[in-house]
Design a protein around this ligand. Structure first.
Ligand SMILES: Nc1ncnc2c1ncn2[C@@H]1O[C@H](COP(=O)(O)OP(=O)(O)OP(=O)(O)O)[C@@H](O)[C@H]1O
Ligand SMILES: [Mg+2]
Length: 217
């Protein structure tokens, strides 16, 4: 599903990633842990094609993502990769349903099918009665569930989440963690999660620790 080899990334003379290798199988839920500043977000952004490595390659379903032209890469990213961040990054002017549909609109999905799919997802995520709420009218946990629905709308190959529950209280975090496992079970969804939450890490299929610019073996 995902294979990255020898990923290097520096910011000026700060060598953040020093030859990271990682493989993720379909349906796996992987946690990446490590101290603040150890390069977790940097790695996640590169794996998700949001940032370019100085060296190394990333394959998603056998496609070398950095071999693609910028336009093809953004199409690929929109179609095959889902993101959930610590702060939801929902658009404040649009309601939950509209926010969920945006990646599908970019993909030019048929409007009726897209509307149906977005509603089904929001329903599945327990937000049936919140579809017409704007982000400011939703709780933190609800906002993250909308962000998860948005990440799922194009049936991505893989979802990357960077501290998706870092901003939430414990019980809301626990609920969202359960949701990740439910999505894995129901849809064989593949996840790479960056987290400081050891409970979540311990429940994952594998936990990888970033230490000194690399994944600790
Ligand atoms: N755009 C940038 N320009 C310069 N330095 C950067 C940039 N992005 C990250 N860094 C530096 O790279 C290092 C790794 O940052 P990164 O955000 O990947 O850490 P992290 O493991 O995600 O930390 P946290 O747990 O706090 O989120 C840090 O020292 C950070 O200051
Ligand atoms: Mg980070």
């Amino acid at each position: 599903m995902l294979k990255a080899t020898n990923i290097h990334k520096s910011y000026d003379d700060l060598h953040v990633l020093k030859g990271v290798d990682i493989e993720v199988n379909k349906g796996e839920l992987i946690s990446i842990i490590g101290k603040s500043g150890s390069g977790k977000s940097t790695l996640l952004h590169i794996l998700g094609s949001l940032d370019i490595p100085d060296q190394g390659q990333v394959f998603i379903n056998d496609q070398n993502i950095f071999d693609k032209k910028e336009k093809d890469l953004s199409t690929f990213r929109n179609k095959h990769i889902g993101f959930v961040f610590q702060f939801h990054h929902l658009l404040a002017e649009f309601d939950a349903l509209e926010n969920v549909k945006i990646p599908g609109l970019i993909q030019k999905t048929d409007a009726t099918a897209l509307d149906k799919k977005a509603k089904e997802l929001l329903d599945y995520l327990g937000l049936k009665d919140r579809m017409d709420h704007k982000p400011g009218q939703l709780s933190g946990g609800e906002q993250q569930r909308v962000a998860i629905a948005r990440a799922l709308i194009n049936d991505p190959q893989i979802i990357f989440a960077d501290e998706p529950t870092g901003n939430l209280d414990k019980s809301t975090s626990d609920e969202l963690h359960q949701l990740f496992f439910q999505l894995k079970k129901d849809f064989n969804q593949t996840f790479v999660l960056v987290t400081h939450n050891m409970e979540l890490a311990n429940l994952s299929d594998r936990t990888l620790e970033m230490v000194d610019g690399n994944i600790k073996i």
